[in-house]
Design a protein around this ligand. Structure first.
Ligand SMILES: Cc1cc2nc3c(=O)[nH]c(=O)nc-3n(C[C@H](O)[C@H](O)[C@H](O)COP(=O)(O)OP(=O)(O)OC[C@H]3O[C@@H](n4cnc5c(N)ncnc54)[C@H](O)[C@@H]3O)c2cc1C
Length: 470
């Protein structure tokens, strides 16, 4: 047994043995075996390769955004030898994937979330995953052959361009980019930002949301999604945005302008006016993939936390940190938080498997809000234990925190999901009021039946030791 895989006092308990009891009935034998291979691949090959990747990117901005680290291609070959490829495409909905359910992939994605390079190594990295789903679900045969095939083979990468700097883009009806029909072409004008992945030299295709019919009375029919090759004349990357100072190279996040960008009319996906439907279809699974990886990242933060508590060189006030009770309480809370959040994620995955992302809107929204919260909280506790080192480049924690913080904004900010959840929950309010009133009335009737005088209908229990006067 490799030392790299030791995860308890008793040595190694494999990933498949650690599947939560509630999820076990949903996991096939093949998926359990693959999960163990994923764990081993991530822990033994990907996490050590993170250090190589970060160095192979280079130093200068020019180098960093033109980098194609050799280590990633070696890992991709290795992943394919191990049979780890495209596990994200769920078997119920796509024939192109590796044949796993969302739940099974969810368990695997947790491990992928522990390494910078692992998701890309197995061709399960965002935004390609969501983009491949769009093409597989809504693309026509020609679009699939041209763009989906090379994406599935990991030969090219892609970007998804929805957000715009001049409007509140969490409400996609605000999007202003115009897509105008002109003969056999469409012409695009406007600007986008936070176009993730656009910095990568292998990024060949942009999936762009814009408006074909801005005056349509139905504001959800104004938008369309169109495929734009990166070298279409008129596209200019104005700048790359940083995340708390990190450039996320070579992937990066671009601010891009489109000036009379012309693409063939055949690049329209599904048809004019179907854009809203497509982005809704894309964001559901994407949100849960982020959540799955964040659980793994939270586990990694806890591992680093525990490593620091057990570092004999560091003894504040004469004791190793694990002797300080407050730290153990934080460890315990982290364990509870991660385990609870994992169950919520797996539950959402099962719900998607049973229907589709639309049928699991509530569960997806729950994890979209819950997981980043616990993820950040756990990383924060680990950072605190490292003192100054925790916010420096000497641990992965600072970068993980910066990345984790974006998850409260990416794919729609918390507030949008909370509002939706709150609104839906509140729909039950009137029914609850009616039921509570009926129960109270029935309680009064029962009291009278038993000869109890009902003086104060609101006093349902004893207060301050007085006899209840119900
Ligand atoms: C690292 C990163 C990567 C990203 N990658 C991509 C990408 O690849 N492609 C892409 O198109 N976009 C991407 N985005 C953009 C992201 O999806 C948007 O930032 C997000 O949807 C919010 O839109 P906005 O920035 O326009 O904020 P706005 O819509 O202006 O919202 C600002 C704030 O208003 C508040 N708010 C919004 N709605 C409500 C409400 N209903 N009730 C109360 N408060 C509310 C929230 O606090 C919100 O954060 C990325 C963003 C980040 C940070």
């Amino acid at each position: 047994m490799s030392n790299l895989l030791v995860n308890s006092q008793n040595g190694h308990i494999s990933a498949s043995q650690r599947i939560p009891a509630i999820a076990r009935p949903f996991v096939s034998e093949r998926a359990a075996k693959t999960l163990d291979i994923v764990e081993r691949f991530v822990e033994e090959e990907c996490i050590p390769a993170d250090a190589v990747y970060l160095r192979q990117i280079g130093q200068t901005t020019e180098e960093r955004f033109n980098a194609h680290p050799a280590v990633i291609e070696d890992l991709k070959k290795r992943a394919q030898e191990l049979g780890l490829w495209n596990m994200f495409l769920p078997k119920n909905h796509f024939k192109e994937g590796a044949g796993f359910s969302n739940l099974e992939y969810g368990l695997m994605a947790e491990y992928l979330g522990k390494s910078r390079v692992a998701s890309e190594a197995v061709n399960c990295a965002a935004p390609d995953t969501g983009n491949m789903e769009v093409l597989a679900k809504y693309g026509n045969e020609a679009q699939k052959r041209r763009w989906l095939d090379p994406l599935l083979q990991g030969k090219i990468r892609s970007a998804f361009l929805m957000t715009e700097p001049q409007v509140a883009s969490s409400d996609a009806t605000n999007i202003e980019m115009t897509i105008t029909r002109d003969g056999d072409s469409y012409v695009l004008n406007g600007q986008k930002w936070w176009s993730s992945g656009i910095g990568d030299p292998r990024c060949e295709i942009y999936i762009v949301l814009g408006k074909t019919d801005p005056k349509n009375a139905d504001k959800y029919k104004q938008q369309s999604v169109i495929l734009v090759p990166k070298d279409a004349p008129g596209i200019a990357i104005q700048r790359m945005l940083s995340v708390f100072g990190y450039d996320d190279a070579p992937h990066g996040h671009g601010h891009v302008t489109f000036t009379n960008v012309r693409v063939p009319a055949s690049n329209m996906v599904l048809g004019e006016g179907r854009g809203f439907e497509i982005i809704q279809g894309r964001l559901g699974p994407g949100r849960i993939h982020h959540a799955m990886r964040s659980i793994g990242a939270a586990e990694k933060a806890l591992e680093w936390f525990l490593a620091r508590l057990n570092d004999p060189r560091k003894k504040p006030f004469g004791e190793m940190l694990h002797k300080h009770g407050i730290m153990l309480e934080r460890v315990a809370r982290s364990r509870i938080d991660i385990d609870a959040a994992r169950l919520a994620v797996l539950n959402a995955a099962v719900k998607i498997d049973e229907s589709d992302a639309k049928g699991a809107l509530k569960e997806i929204a729950e994890v979209k809000v819950l997981v980043p919260e616990i993820h950040l909280e756990v990383i924060d506790r680990a950072i605190q234990a490292y003192g100054g080192g925790g916010v420096s480049q000497d641990t992965p924690l600072a970068n993980m925190y910066a990345h984790g913080r974006t998850m409260r904004i990416v794919d729609g900010p918390d507030e949008v999901h909370l509002l939706q959840l709150g609104k839906n929950e509140n729909k039950r309010g009137a029914a609850h009021k009616t039921r509570i009133e009926a129960q109270t009335k029935k309680g009064e009737e029962l009291c009278r039946k038993y000869g109890i005088e009902v003086k104060d209908v609101l006093a349902l229990d004893r207060v301050n030791g007085e006899k209840s006067r119900l």
